[in-house]
Design a protein around this ligand. Structure first.
Ligand SMILES: [Zn+2]
Length: 121
């Protein structure tokens, strides 16, 4: 978190957002609640209201989760041949937990990417 603000790279901005920190300074909190961004950074006063992520993080999260859950489902089916209801009983909660766990992280990284793509100010 000691990077100079003016030299924050794309990777740094994404990583800071991923860890739910301000993409500019890396010290202020990005979210005030689960998915609700703060109005601005408490450290560098970066205005977060103009970095509206909309549905982008949801699409990315669904893509990432499906990338791993669907093959997992097929591997479990091929190896153990569980009844369909048992496969659903395992994969549906796993999918939901993965989505709920990843969504704020992806949204933070997405906001970091938005900030970096719009120019640093
Ligand atoms: Zn900040």
């Amino acid at each position: 978190m000691t990077d100079d603000v003016s030299t924050a790279s794309w990777f740094t901005a994404l990583l800071r957002g991923f860890f739910r920190l301000c993409p500019k300074c890396g010290e202020g909190r990005l979210f005030q609640a689960y998915l609700t961004p703060e109005q601005s950074c408490t450290c560098c006063h970066l205005n977060f209201t103009r970095l509206n992520a909309d549905d982008g993080p949801a699409y990315i999260t669904m893509g990432l989760v499906c990338l791993f859950i669907v093959p997992f489902f097929f591997v479990i089916q091929a190896l153990y041949e569980p009844p369909f209801w048992l496969a659903l009983l395992i994969s549906l909660p796993l999918t939901l937990l993965a989505i709920l766990g990843l969504l704020p992280l992806v949204k933070g990284a997405f906001i970091g990417a938005l900030w970096k793509s719009r120019g640093e100010d």
